[in-house]
Design a protein around this ligand. Structure first.
Ligand SMILES: [Fe+2]
Length: 118
């Protein structure tokens, strides 16, 4: 069973979906179950991916994360407990985003290293 706001990825075609309403079915893409993107289990690279909240801005790590076509931060999401906003980034941009509220929690998605939360 899925959970609200969980992120799943198809390991074949690369589709990524977020659960906006919980159902009982399994998420399937390209004929196989989609893979749950765990925001807590990682194999290193923590210092390059941990989001930092400063005022209404979210920055990805204290050292620069690459923003190249082959490796970049795809999006930064933030919530203040009521509102949720997601800002999509492109290669070449800075790995940061400014929100119109003060985030209390944030998630970022790296196309190589997956989902990270603070
Ligand atoms: Fe990365």
């Amino acid at each position: 069973m899925t959970g609200l706001n969980e992120i799943y990825k198809c390991e074949i075609c690369g589709n990524i979906v977020e659960v906006l309403h919980i159902g009982v079915g399994e998420l399937v893409c390209c004929g196989q179950p989609m893979k749950f993107q765990d925001e807590s289990v990682k194999d290193g690279a923590l210092e390059k991916h941990l989001p930092i909240i400063k005022g209404n801005e979210v920055k990805v790590s204290s050292i620069n994360h690459p923003m190249e076509k082959s490796h970049y931060i795809e999006w930064i999401e933030a919530t203040d407990g009521e509102q949720v906003s997601k800002i999509f980034l492109k290669p070449g941009q800075n790995p940061k985003a400014e929100f119109c509220f003060t985030p209390i929690s944030t998630r970022i998605y790296c196309n190589i290293h997956g989902l990270w939360k603070k």
